[in-house]
Design a protein around this ligand. Structure first.
Ligand SMILES: Nc1ncnc2c1ncn2[C@@H]1O[C@H](COP(=O)(O)OP(=O)(O)OP(=O)(O)O)[C@@H](O)[C@H]1O
Ligand SMILES: [Mg+2]
Length: 267
């Protein structure tokens, strides 16, 4: 088997509901459709990334069992044995647990506590099995999100096209600059505008605000509001599987191509 140069991308923004999980799940699926082998990591106690591919019963089974991210992080284990296959070819997942709510406390006493996830992923990266590892971060900015960023080559910032979506973006950039003091190689791949509602006409305002940050790339692809997304999530499926012709399915595929173009550029 050809060894792959794995690229790890975190989806992060401390603003809740900005579209991190939906973007991570659907870009992940789209990258697998494009022929890449993808590992998704559910880094949030809300279990939403896991629920994007598995039923509630299955997700609660993972969460209460011994094959989830929380157990692995607590034991400082190699994550290889925690991978589960999704129903889709080339798409695997490490599920989360509601116990992740206590991860900050658990990390506190650990030696080199920012690097626990990095160490847990090292064997998977060295194996060259995956083209992409995508990590869904929770809406916080503590030690656990720093762990996620330390383990990543790139970060994507989903920003909701709304006044409150934009509020705090500058703080997020500042936070990333501080993390970069620890991991200079961490690259802000770009900002993706999500949940754009054409009726509200807030897209131009969003772009104007984001363009004030000259160093920041804004993805050309914008994810508009699409009611099919919630129906897809209701059936634990990527939107492209739920409804192939859905507008957002096409947008996520285009976004995945852009992600691949930018992440590939630095390979
Ligand atoms: N393009 C879209 N169109 C319509 N609804 C969307 C879209 N993107 C996301 N949503 C909905 O918005 C809500 C928040 O999205 P999501 O859970 O992906 O955000 P998040 O940033 O991961 O949230 P959290 O901060 O809680 O982890 C969800 O209910 C999701 O179904
Ligand atoms: Mg989420």
């Amino acid at each position: 088997m050809e060894k792959k140069l794995t690229k790890t991308i975190a989806f992060a923004n401390n603003k809740g509901g900005s579209g991190k999980t939906t973007t991570c799940a659907n870009v992940g699926y789209s990258l697998s459709v494009l022929g890449y082998k993808v590992l998704l990591i559910d880094g949030d106690m809300q279990l939403n990334l896991s629920l994007s591919f598995f039923s509630e019963d299955e997700v609660l089974g993972f969460a209460s069992g011994d094959r989830n991210l929380y157990v692995a992080m607590k034991k400082e284990d190699d994550l290889t044995d925690y991978i589960v296959h999704t129903p889709y070819e080339n798409l695997d997942l490490i599920p989360s647990s509601t116990l992740m709510s206590g991860i900050e406390y658990d990390l506190f006493t650990k030696w080199q506590r920012e690097m626990i996830l990095t160490k847990g992923l090292s064997a998977i990266k060295e194996s060259g099995e995956y083209d992409y590892i995508l990590i869904d971060a929770p809406p916080t900015l503590g030690g656990w999100v720093i762990n996620i960023l330390c383990a990543s080559d790139h970060v994507i910032l989903p920003v909701e096209a709304s006044p409150w979506g934009l509020f705090g973006v500058a703080n997020m950039f500042e936070f990333l600059e501080n993390v970069r003091k620890m991991v200079p190689s961490l690259n802000l791949l770009g900002v993706v505008i999500t949940k754009l509602d054409a009726r509200k006409n807030y897209g131009k305002q969003t772009l104007d605000v984001l363009h004030d940050f000259e160093e920041v790339t804004v993805f050309d692809t914008v994810i508009r509001v699409d009611s099919e997304i919630e129906w897809a999530q209701d059936s634990s499926k990527p939107v492209m599987v739920h409804k192939k012709g859905a507008r957002s399915a096409g947008e996520y595929l285009e976004l995945a191509k852009e992600v691949d173009k930018y992440a590939g550029r630095s390979r």
